[in-house]
Every structure is written in C-alpha cells, then in structure tokens.
Design a protein around this ligand. Structure first.
Ligand SMILES: Nc1ncnc2c1ncn2[C@@H]1O[C@H](COP(=O)(O)OP(=O)(O)OP(=O)(O)O)[C@@H](O)[C@H]1O
Ligand code: SF4
Ligand SMILES: [Mg+2]
Length: 325
C-alpha cells in the first residue's frame, strides 16, 4: 500500500557540522530517510544522537554561522530546501511544516495572551482577517480537547497546566494546515496519563487532517505503538529503517536489538531477559573511525573498526552493519 504513496519529504545523504567552542563537530553523517504523504515516521535513539538537529535541519532552522550543511539534499515536495531564499524558508516553516517541541512552557511567550500567539501564523501566511483567524483558533482548540475556548484565548500561558499548554501548541501548529508536523519529544515532559491522551489525539488528527508526522522520541516502545515506520538513529547516523512491524519484531542491527531488549513492555511481552546496553554513546568529537556502534557492539569484528558501514537494503528494512554484507 505504501508503494503508491508519494514522498513528501526526502533527506538524502545529509552531512552537517556544528561549530561549537571553536570546533567543527561532525554531528550528522549520511542521514537518509523519507516521509510519505499521510504517514507517521518515528525518529528514535538515545540522547545526543542527533534527532533534534536533524529535525531543525529540515527547514534550515540552524543558522549558517553555527551549522555547516556540508553535503546532501533535502527535498520537500520536490523542492530542494537548499535552493530556497530566506523568505521562502520562512513561509515553509510557518505554513507547510510546523513544529511542536518538548516543553510547552518555553514554546509560548509567557507575557502574551494565547489568542495573540495562536493567530499569528494564520495572519502572516493565510489571511490578515482577525475574525477568521480567531474562528479557526476556536475550532482547533475544541478539536484538541480544550473546553471554554473563549476564556482560554484570553488567558496567559502561566495560567494553564503543561498538558493543556501542549494541546494549545498542537492547535497552534495546525493553524495553517501543515502538510508535515514535526513533533520533537512532545510528550516526554508530561505525566503518563496526559502522554497517552496526547498520543491518541495526534493519531486522530493525523487521520482526519491527512498530514504526515515526524515523531521524535527516545522511547522505542512508544513509537512501536504510534508510528508507521521507524528510523533508528545512533551517533549521528540512521542505523536501521523500516516498517514498525519489521523493526520491532525482527530488528537486524545489533543496536536496535539491544534497544528493543531494554524496553520493559516489549521484553515482558516476549518473555526475554531485560538487557542494558553497556557503555555510552560517543560524542561527535570522538566518533569511531569505523562503525559508530563498534565501541559497544558485542559482535564487533576487525572490519568494523576500520571502515564505516553504509545503509543497505536487507530483507524488509534498511540496515547499516557489516554483518549483512
Ligand atoms: N546548540 C548546541 N550547541 C552545542 N552542541 C549542540 C547544540 N545542539 C546540539 N548539539 C550537539 O549535537 C549533538 C546532537 O544533539 P541533538 O540535540 O540533536 O540530540 P538528540 O538526539 O535530540 O538528543 P535528546 O534526546 O537529548 O534531545 C549532541 O552531541 C549535542 O551536544
Ligand atoms: S558493523 Fe560491526 S560493530 Fe557495527 S553494528 Fe555491525 S557488527 Fe557491530
Ligand atoms: Mg532532542
């Protein structure tokens, strides 16, 4: 069924450095994945592996004096974002691609009423008609489960709970009918009950509004429930990519296998011992010369220390590991 769908976003062999403390750090190395129309792609991996940097690179949100987009291409609806002017990028960010971040408290301005913040992008990108913008905001706030919407619009962020504010951020992101919603750990700052409510909400909205979602998380158990496909990241690279059934049930990469074996819910269901991955993710200035996972891999062999494996198609998924050469 997926084969008939079109790619909305396609990132091809992206290499990106960040300039930090007078050093060029090779943060992303050979990032390749696509998001199809109407699908949820999850980007999953441990802290520091480059998930947020990847998501910000999609609309060139990292400024040129800080980020060096060294090579590769990013296409959104067949437009190469590296060829867009700053004006075109601003339009893309506000309208066709919208973001929700982890912490709703820092996403909103504490000294401005919700109303002013929620209608801003609509006025800029869709129509300058304030009445129309407020009607759309009221409609979307109801859709994300906010009651007494008129009162809420007149409130300030500090008057609301984290869960409610994140619902408002979701409504705000939907004001211009984005084709792609990028949600960077949108529930990890919230308690478990609110988390599951928001996940159900995102699933319903995606179905109803026919948008695509890039869902970023460190929790492979959670994305196994939510996503259509999963891209697993490790130390600046995609190391496995495939339909969620394949990645969760038959992981190929040793890191994905360990990641899944370390999730309590999945391990209980399969009756296998819970595993802890020994060691830590290398930082970008100490990525190994060969496979980035070589310092922690139980199956490492000589070639792994000398060369970098490429992402290749194996069985039903793509995997970056010499065991499958
Ligand atoms: N503003 C910044 N200044 C310095 N280094 C940064 C900055 N942003 C990202 N990095 C570095 O880039 C690498 C990737 O970071 P990124 O935030 O993308 O990771 P992540 O996978 O999103 O992690 P987390 O799960 O903790 O959010 C890390 O080594 C991080 O230290
Ligand atoms: S390439 Fe080698 S070190 Fe890397 S994951 Fe595969 S077996 Fe392990
Ligand atoms: Mg992050």
């Amino acid at each position: 069924m997926n084969q008939t769908k079109k790619n909305l976003l396609s990132i091809q062999n992206l290499y990106l450095d960040l300039f930090v403390n007078n050093q060029n750090l090779p943060i992303l190395q050979d990032i390749t994945f696509s998001i199809q129309e109407g699908e949820i792609l999850a980007l999953v991996g441990e802290s520091g592996c480059g998930k947020s940097v990847t998501s910000l690179a999609i609309t060139k949100l990292l400024p040129n004096n800080f980020a060096n987009y060294k090579s590769g291409n990013i296409y959104f609806e067949n437009q190469n974002i590296f060829t867009l002017s700053e004006e075109e990028l601003i339009k893309l960010r506000g309208k066709d691609i919208a973001y929700i971040f982890q912490d709703p408290f820092t996403s909103l301005n504490p000294i401005l009423k919700i109303k002013k913040q929620i209608i801003e992008s609509y006025l800029l990108h869709i129509s300058p008609n304030i009445r129309e913008a407020i009607e759309k905001a009221e409609y979307l706030l109801q859709k994300v489960g906010i009651t007494e919407v008129r009162e809420r619009l007149e409130s300030y962020p500090g008057q609301m709970s984290g869960g409610m504010l994140q619902r408002i951020c979701i409504a705000m992101a939907l004001m211009c009918n984005p084709k792609l919603l990028i949600a960077d750990e949108p529930t990890s700052a919230l308690d478990v009950t609110v988390q599951s409510q928001l996940i159900e909400l995102l699933l319903n909205l995606k179905q109803e509004l026919k948008m695509s979602i890039l869902f970023i998380s460190h929790d492979i158990g959670l994305v196994g429930y939510l996503a259509d496909r999963i891209a697993v990241m490790y130390a600046g690279q995609i190391i496995e990519l495939g339909a969620k059934e394949h990645v969760i049930k038959t992981p190929l990469h040793p890191y994905t296998k360990s990641l899944i074996a370390s999730v309590p819910t999945i391990h209980i269901a399969r009756n296998v011992p819970l595993k802890i991955i020994p060691g830590i993710v290398p930082t970008p200035n100490e990525y190994p010369k060969g496979c980035h996972f070589s310092t922690r891999c139980e199956q490492v062999f000589i070639k792994c220390n000398e060369q970098k494996p490429k992402l290749q198609n194996v069985q039903n998924q793509s995997v970056r590991c010499f065991l499958y050469d």
